[in-house]
Design a protein around this ligand. Sequence first.
Ligand code: PLP
Length: 362
Amino acid sequence: MNTGADHGGAFWNAIGPDFRHLERRGSIINADVLDAWFPPSQKVLEALKEPSEWLYRTSPPTDGDGMITAIRDARGVDEARIVLGAGSSDLIFRAFLMMLRPSSRALVPDPTYGEYAHVLSNVVGCQVDRLPLVDWQIDLEAAKQRLNTEAYDVFVLVNPNSPTGQVLEPSEVEAFVEAIPARTMVWIDEAYADYAGITCESLVNDSRNVVVGKSMSKVYSLSGVRAGYAVGPKQFVEGMQLRTPPWIVSLPGQIAACAALGDPAYYADMFEETRRLGRELAHGLRALGGTVLEGKANFVLWFLPAEIRTEKFVKRCAEQGLYLRDAASIGAGLDQAVRISVKDESSQHRILEIVRRVMEGC
Ligand SMILES: Cc1ncc(COP(=O)(O)O)c(C=O)c1O
C-alpha cells in the first residue's frame, strides 16, 4: 500500500518484505535510501547486546525521560523544549496536524523532502505555495520577502536540504528568523545537519516561532529503531506532549538513542569519513559523464548525461542489484537526476562499476 509521498526503499522488493530472506541484503546496494553507511556506535551495540531477550518483552520508560535527559546533556537544549517521536516523520505528522488547519498557508521550498508537501496538502489539507531554489540553494531573501508581504503559518527549511545537500549557515538562518513575522512558524528539519557539522537547535532557546526537527535515523545510524525528537517553544512542546502516546520510542530505541548521544567522538569520525567517501563517489560519477551536485550530506545528486533516460537507467541498475532514487518525483528541475547515498568504499566501487555497465547499454 502506498498512500503518501514517494520514498526510496524499493530495495525491499529484492529482499522481500516478509523478512524470510534477510540474507539477500548482502547482494543488493540500497543507495535509494539515505541510511548511514556505517554501523551505530559500539556503545549502542554493547548496550543492546546483553539484555537482548528482556528488551523485547519489557515496556520502556513511559515518557522517555532518560532519553530526554540524554538529549539535553548532549545537545544543550532545555528539557522543557524537547519532545520525542518515533522518528522525525512521526513528529512532522503530529506537529503539523496540531499547528495547522485546512485554512492555513504553508511556504515550502521546491525541490525539498517530499513528505512536507504530502502532509500539508493531503493530511492537513492546507494551501501549499512553493519557493523555487536558486542555484539549488534555498533563497532566504526571497522567503523573507514572501513571509513579510503575505500571511503564512509555516515555512519549512530542510538544512542541509534534500535532495540537493546544500547548507545554510546557522547565522544566516538566525538573521532570517529575526527578519520575519512571529506569526510564521519556521520548521527547520535537521535530518542531515550533523553530516555538515551545523545545527540551529540553540535558536529555540530564545524563539517563539522556531521548531527544529531532529531525526536520529540518518546521522546516528538508527533508521531501524525509529527514534527522533523536536525542540521548540514551550507551548509547542506542551501541545505535542498532550498528543504523544505512551512508549512512543521503543525500548531498543530509547537505549540506542541514549548510547549514541553519549558517543559524539565516534560519530564525528564517521561524518568526516562520509565527507571523504562523498567526494570519492562524486569524482567517480563525474568521470562517467553528466554533472554532480555534492552538497554536505551523505548523498550526491547526479544529473545524468542528456542521452540517458533516467527511468530506464534506474530500472536497469535495480536489475543489477543497485537501487538508486529517481529524483524526478522530488521536485522541479530534477527530471534527469538520480540521488545516490554515500556507501562504504567497496560498495561505492560496485556502484560505479554497475553504473558504468548500465550506461553502456542505455
Ligand atoms: C529531510 C528528511 N526529514 C525527515 C526524514 C524522516 O526521517 P525519520 O522519520 O527516520 O526520522 C527524512 C527521511 O528520509 C528526511 O530525508
